[in-house]
Design a protein around this ligand. Structure first.
Ligand code: IPD
Ligand code: CA
Ligand code: CA
Length: 264
């Protein structure tokens, strides 16, 4: 196996520049007439902006790191022998974007084997740039960030999302949502899992959970939350991927409540 030493700090600077360029393109097209098609259902959409954004990112990766693997939402995978993989969601929050609701983000992670070592989440409309390098902390627009210090669910404001197959499968998060609503100060549904994780990392929200997400939705967010001092739990829950993130105690408490709901 190829072992390559990558200078993550300089890679991060380049990835930020790339994300800024993609964000500029997305803002340019925002609220304009664009081509939209359905993927799996009327809930699951993709636009020309998703595809073009991804193309810009993949072109950059192929230019700078032609030997690396790529896992990208819209165009699938490129497999090489490298230990490094780029995991990309070119536009997280497509439904928001298409409806002219300005919360959407670009999520780019670099993994070494199974572990994210660099993550960038850029939220163009908010001009918020979240980033982390393994063991080097997490940052928002150059300022160090930390997860909140909440200790109980009662004082916590959480955020979640719902899967696109919610009409077809009972594991659609609605019973968990109903249960947790009574245990917390509130639950938000913003429509971009990457941004949800970034908001938890910066302590504006206290905890996040969601079922059935894909690596491209979360890998950048996972390292950003961890580097911000939070705990991320990824597990198989009744055959489905479940992610929970937040301050240590909040993550554990959310998991306890979720288990209660499905064991009743
Ligand atoms: C979606 C968003 C949303 C989450 C969905 C995701 P997309 O990603 O992250 O917040 O609830 O499960 O699929 O389709 O906008 O990239
Ligand atoms: Ca996504
Ligand atoms: Ca997407």
């Amino acid at each position: 196996m190829e072992v390559v030493f990558i200078k993550l700090k300089s890679v991060l600077a380049d990835v930020k520049e790339l994300a800024r360029e993609v964000g500029k393109y997305q803002l340019n097209k925002f609220n304009k007439k664009i081509n939209v098609t359905e993927k799996t259902s009327y809930l699951d959409l993709v636009s020309e902006v998703d595809k073009n954004s991804e193309e810009m990112i993949i072109k950059w990766i192929n230019n700078h790191f032609p030997g690396h693997n790529i896992l990208a939402e819209e165009s699938g995978t490129k497999e090489t022998q490298s230990e490094y993989t780029w995991v990309i969601d070119p536009l997280d929050g497509t439904t928001n974007y298409i409806h002219g609701f300005p919360l959407f983000s670009i999520s780019i992670a670099l993994m070494r084997d199974e572990e994210p070592i660099l993550g960038v989440i850029y939220v163009p409309y908010m001009e918020e740039f979240y980033s982390a390098i393994k063991d080097k902390g997490a940052y928002l627009n150059g300022q160090k960030i930390e997860v909140a210090d909440k200790k109980t669910l009662k004082e916590s404001l959480l955020v979640t999302g719902f899967p696109y197959d919610l009409n077809e499968d009972e594991y659609n998060n609605i019973s968990i949502f109903n249960h947790l609503l009574y245990k917390t100060r509130g639950i938000r549904r913003l429509g971009s899992a990457a941004y949800d994780l970034a908001l938890v990392a910066s302590g504006k929200l206290d905890g996040f959970w969601e079922l059935k997400l894909n690596p491209w939705d979360i890998k950048a967010g996972v390292i950003i939350v961890k580097e911000a001092g939070g705990k991320v739990l990824e597990t198989n829950f009744h055959g489905h991927h479940l992610i929970i993130a937040g301050p240590n105690i909040i993550t554990d408490n959310i998991f306890k409540e979720i288990k209660d709901v499905h064991n009743r």
